[in-house]
Design a protein around this ligand. Structure first.
Ligand code: ZN
Length: 153
């Protein structure tokens, strides 16, 4: 990341302690911080970095849930490890099967909890809702007048 300096170190320190998340404060207080984001390229870059980090965490944890569900489906329906468990490892098939299913279920639970923690501990829902609202407004502006919803007129 480029070495830039915050134009107002006091405000920059406050924003850094909040991980550049101002979604939880009142709209009157938020105005000053939003103005600082407009003026200060350092804090704007940090804001972008932290929201990118939040999105990455949410994507990684949701992918973990999907991969563990896929692994469970594979174990339950294809049973590809029977040969390995029986001939190479010399394990009992039932115990191997139960161990893999237990690991899969534990993985799904753990990654789902991690996904929920990411959603609750970060301002990601607010951030994504804001992006969706801006996109829908942009799309509605390009629609013909007869198709637009009544609230945008
Ligand atoms: Zn700043």
């Amino acid at each position: 990341m480029a070495r830039t300096r915050c134009s107002d170190p006091v405000v920059g320190a406050i924003l850094a302690s909040w991980r550049y998340d101002i979604s939880g404060i009142s709209p009157e207080m938020r105005r000053d911080y939003e103005q600082h984001f407009v003026e200060c390229s350092h804090c704007r870059a940090r804001l972008k970095f932290h929201r990118g980090l939040d999105v990455s965490l949410a994507v990684l944890t949701s992918l973990a849930v999907i991969f563990f569900l896929f692994a469970l489906a594979t174990i339950l329906h294809i049973k590809p490890l029977e040969h390995v468990a029986f001939n190479i490892l010399g394990l009992d098939i039932v115990s191997m099967y139960q161990m893999l299913v237990s690991a899969g279920i534990a993985g799904v639970c753990f990654s789902f909890i991690a996904f929920l923690l990411v959603l609750t501990a970060t301002p990601l829902p607010t951030y994504l809702t804001g992006i969706a609202a801006r996109r829908s407004k942009l799309i509605e502006e390009h629609l013909p007048e007869t198709v637009r919803s009544p609230r945008s007129r």
